[in-house]
Design a protein around this ligand. Structure first.
Ligand SMILES: [Zn+2]
Length: 298
């Protein structure tokens, strides 16, 4: 990630130098890219899709080894935010550091913001923040990006709009898969954490252990009663599968995963952020295919 930060700053320096050159060389117009900072890599990817080569995107959290809920910004990230034209972050308490950096920037009236969870999905602090798993989020983000980038560079409005619709079309195979997987009647599942719940809801899977998953997400111990209920869901095969966020390392969850194996209950492995080398469509498609395989074998 350090390398990327360096690259970004390097690009800014070069842009400034080039801008300086063209100012000296009569009135030849110099094109400076729109600089965007995205808190999460999966949003940065959509910025790149809509902005194309007119934007320079810096994505902060794009490594599955970084714990996104606990991330703390470095001075170079703070500098990048203060120089950005637009910042994109999840909000609703997921990445408060981004909010703080924006507040601390002296020129923040010039830095546009897209706060995905509250602005586009109506999700408030205390609610499930993992909106990137909601099938409607990325199309909404693409359209909002086209609108905001067009305000920054009005002469490229058509390009941004076209890029946004191309991106939305590229999600079609994913939507086909979602339609195919949608259950006609609610089907019970248990989860280790609420990470994947928006997609589960879209597919008509019903989370049977909401208090348990919330306790794990908040880093507290689930009540003995809630734990016993999940154990019994597994032993009695009351659930179609168990959804496990493999980025967490709770011993309670590890024991439950062992219990699923002993009882032949399938486990769907999810991650909070996209695995390295998988773009958004690939990432979600692979998850849904895991689920499709499990549902076919039932
Ligand atoms: Zn999370």
């Amino acid at each position: 990630m350090k390398k990327k930060v360096f690259y970004f700053l390097f690009t800014i320096i070069i842009s400034v130098l080039l801008a300086g050159c063209s100012a000296n060389n009569d009135n030849q117009s110099s094109r400076t890219d729109i600089s965007v900072v995205a808190a999460e890599g999966f949003y940065g990817e959509i910025v790149e899709a809509v902005g194309g080569d007119l934007v320079e995107v810096m994505s902060i959290i794009d490594d599955p080894n970084i714990a996104p809920h606990d991330y703390e910004a470095t001075p170079s990230v703070s500098k990048a935010v203060s120089k950005a034209n637009l910042i994109v972050y999840n909000g609703a308490g997921y990445d408060d550091w981004m909010e703080k950096l924006w507040n601390a920037s002296s020129n923040n009236e010039n830095i546009k913001r897209i706060i995905v969870a509250p602005d586009l999905m109506g999700v408030q602090p205390g609610e499930n923040v993992h909106v990137w798993y909601h099938p409607e989020t990325m199309p909404k983000l693409a359209n909002e990006l086209a609108a905001q980038l067009s305000e920054i560079m009005p002469e490229k409005k058509d390009t941004f709009n076209r890029n946004a619709s191309e991106f939305i079309s590229s999600l079609q195979p994913l939507n086909t898969l979602i339609d195919r997987l949608k259950q006609s009647e609610p089907v019970l599942v248990d989860t280790s954490e609420p990470v994947f719940d928006y997609m589960l809801a879209a597919l008509n899977f019903e989370v049977n252990n909401p208090d348990f998953e919330l306790a794990i997400a908040e880093g507290t111990d689930p009540s003995p009663k809630d734990l016993a209920a999940v154990q019994s869901d597994i032993k009695e095969k009351r659930i179609a599968f168990f959804v496990n966020n493999i980025q967490s390392d709770s011993p309670i969850i590890q024991n439950l995963v062992m219990l699923t194996k002993e009882n032949d209950v399938p486990v769907i492995e999810v991650t909070e952020t996209n695995p390295k080398g998988k773009n958004y469509v690939r990432w979600i498609t692979d998850l849904l295919k895991q689920m499709e395989k499990v549902m076919k074998e039932k």
